[in-house]
Design a protein around this ligand. Structure first.
Ligand code: SF4
Length: 397
């Protein structure tokens, strides 16, 4: 607080001083800023931060999360991959189902990819599941089935970056490895009063550098978890609860009164609108399913036929749907006018899907994709994309 007041007085002096003296006053301001930012560069300050954080976490940490009930590296790995871009609440049921089906790394490595995707269906970002599966096989083949404990080896596995490697090394093996993910990144940025946007290289380097210095040799996993928990429960994105925070004395943003302005909000690119149609072609009691091939959105997952559409005023043109189906897979169909619209957002895409049924007329499927005819009561055994699952549920009902 005192530094903030001194800085404010200096700024005023600089504005009012004659030009010849301004540079001296400006230099004094730089030195004061440097002094205040030095708080987390000396060993004692870092020790204070660690002690306060670990004391707080002992009482207030999220000890009941299912993946914290054991230090098993395989469980830590699964949870960290699932938690990427996904909330804790959404992950818990998936984590429990996945571990019930694949209780060991060997079980996952032996599984069929389709089964892995089926258990992942609904979590999104399916490349995570595919990479996890490939990496599990690699661990069996190259590391005798034991998840590596050092960051360098972990990052050679598909889908494991610096953060996930640090999490596995520190949580499962108590190795001194830093982590930076959404929560810790925000806390570190506020501790340093970092004004640069978090996605900038300068900010990323500064945060990783502080994370490397801050993580202690003793109990690094507990420290990293405590920092994540502080970010998740107290140093939250909007209106951090500084009055409940154990590290206010180490926090530059708090001292400067900038906790609500840091991190600098990121400039998000405009979302891209996508319009498509999804057609459930019906032949007797069965519907045609298509497995999206590599390179397509939702690759490896099953869907009904998904095609681009023209818009005919406010209604989707049925002839254009029929033409698109013929182009996609060679079938002649008669589209029904019973359509409804599904909206789905994935990464930066806002997808509007016109869902409709169509009657099979003639032809056999062709093209590189895999096709199956399935009855409604067989849908449960398919790993569907999220929109296809919603459409399938509607057909079933
Ligand atoms: Fe976050 Fe406030 Fe704690 Fe600083 S004092 S770490 S801004 S909660």
């Amino acid at each position: 607080m005192i530094f903030a007041v001194v800085r404010q007085v200096l700024s005023q002096l600089i504005l009012e001083a004659p030009a010849s003296s301004r540079w001296r006053l400006a230099r004094a301001g730089e030195l004061i800023r440097a002094n205040t930012k030095r708080t987390l560069t000396d060993g004692q300050a870092l020790s204070r931060l660690r002690r306060a954080l670990l004391r707080w976490a002992a009482k207030r940490g999220r000890h009941d999360l299912p993946w914290r009930q054991s230090r098993d590296a395989y469980r830590v790995w699964i949870s960290e991959i699932m938690l990427q871009q996904t909330t804790v609440v959404a992950v818990i049921p998936y984590f429990e189902r996945f571990l019930a089906r694949f209780p060991t790394l060997a079980a996952l490595a032996e599984a069929d990819e389709h089964e892995v995707l089926r258990l992942w269906a609904g979590l999104g970002y399916y490349s995570r599941a595919r990479n996890l599966h490939v990496a599990a096989r690699q661990v069996v083949q190259d590391h005798a089935g034991t998840v590596p404990s050092d960051v360098a080896t972990l990052t050679t596995l598909p889908g494991i970056g610096r953060y996930t490697a640090g999490a596995i090394a520190s949580f499962a093996y108590d190795r001194r490895a830093p982590i930076v993910e959404a929560n810790t990144q925000r806390v570190y940025a506020r501790l340093m009063a970092l004004r640069e946007p978090l996605e900038s290289t300068t900010a990323r380097n500064a945060i990783w550098s502080l994370a490397e210095r801050a993580v202690p040799a003793k109990s690094p996993g507990a420290f990293n978890e405590a920092l994540m928990d502080l970010g998740a429960t107290t140093c939250v994105p909007t209106t951090p609860r500084c009055d409940e925070c154990p590290v206010t004395s180490s926090c530059q943003a708090f001292r400067d009164g900038l906790q609500n302005e840091i991190p600098t909000p990121r400039v998000r690119p405009e979302p891209t609108a996508v319009r498509q149609a999804m057609i459930a072609v019906q032949r007797g009691r069965r519907y045609l399913l298509r497995k999206s091939p590599a390179g397509e959105r939702w690759a490896g997952l099953w869907e009904f036929l998904r095609v681009p559409v023209d818009r005919d005023g406010e209604s989707v043109s049925l002839p254009s749907i029929e033409r698109a189906v013929a182009t996609l897979c060679g079938l002649a169909v008669e589209a029904n006018s019973d359509g409804f619209e599904l909206r789905h957002t994935v990464t930066r895409f806002r997808i509007r899907l016109h869902c409709t049924t169509a009657r099979y007329v003639s032809g056999t499927t062709n093209g590189p994709a895999e096709y199956r005819w399935a009855q409604v009561d067989e849908f449960g055994s398919f790993a569907f994309s999220m929109p296809a699952r919603r459409f399938a549920d509607r057909l079933a009902n």
